[in-house]
Design a protein around this ligand. Structure first.
Ligand code: T46
Length: 134
């Protein structure tokens, strides 16, 4: 799928003291960060998402737990599992996404290229397919 990919987030390990992971806008990810949000206290097996974005780039990462991400560009589907704090999933425009919580207390963190705007969401799958097939 074109505008989605997993990246390894740079990580510094200090012996006996753990790991530190980081990414910087326009260096490690291909956009400027305008917003950070995170989702937590989600019961296992809950499915969130069920939408696409018209004009938004995001990196999803899971600093704790295990979250499955199902992506669909209207032609093909791909599945990723975020279960390592140093993996990030870049998602571009017009990708339908569902996220399934697979482990208790999993946390999904997201850095996004734009401020929140409900107008940017496509929450109807039929409308999504019509839009991308135009
Ligand atoms: C996405 C996936 C990965 C805000 O008011 N501001 C915000 O910045 C966000 C992200 C959400 N909201 C409101 C909108 C809804 O009333 O919070 C409520 C829950 O949002 P939603 O149902 O869209 O949450 P998810 O977990 O289905 O999706 C979220 C993001 O909204 C979405 O952009 O790509 O995480």
């Amino acid at each position: 799928m074109n505008n989605t990919r997993i990246i390894n987030i740079k990580t510094i390990s200090t012996e006996g003291m753990g790991d530190l992971s980081f990414f910087e806008e326009l260096k490690d990810i291909p956009f400027e960060i305008k917003r950070i949000y995170y989702t937590y206290n989600v019961p296992v097996q809950t499915k969130r998402g069920g939408h696409a974005h018209k004009d938004l780039q995001q990196i999803l990462f899971c600093p704790y737990g295990k979250i499955k991400v199902l992506l669909d560009n209207g032609y093909e589907k791909e599945e990723f599992t975020l279960s390592s704090p140093n993996n990030g999933l870049l998602i571009g425009n017009n990708i339908w996404r569902d996220m399934i919580w697979e482990q208790e207390n999993s946390v999904l963190c997201v850095a996004a290229s734009k401020l929140y705007s409900e107008n940017d969401y496509i929450r109807d799958y039929k409308e999504f397919l019509e839009l991308i097939r135009k």
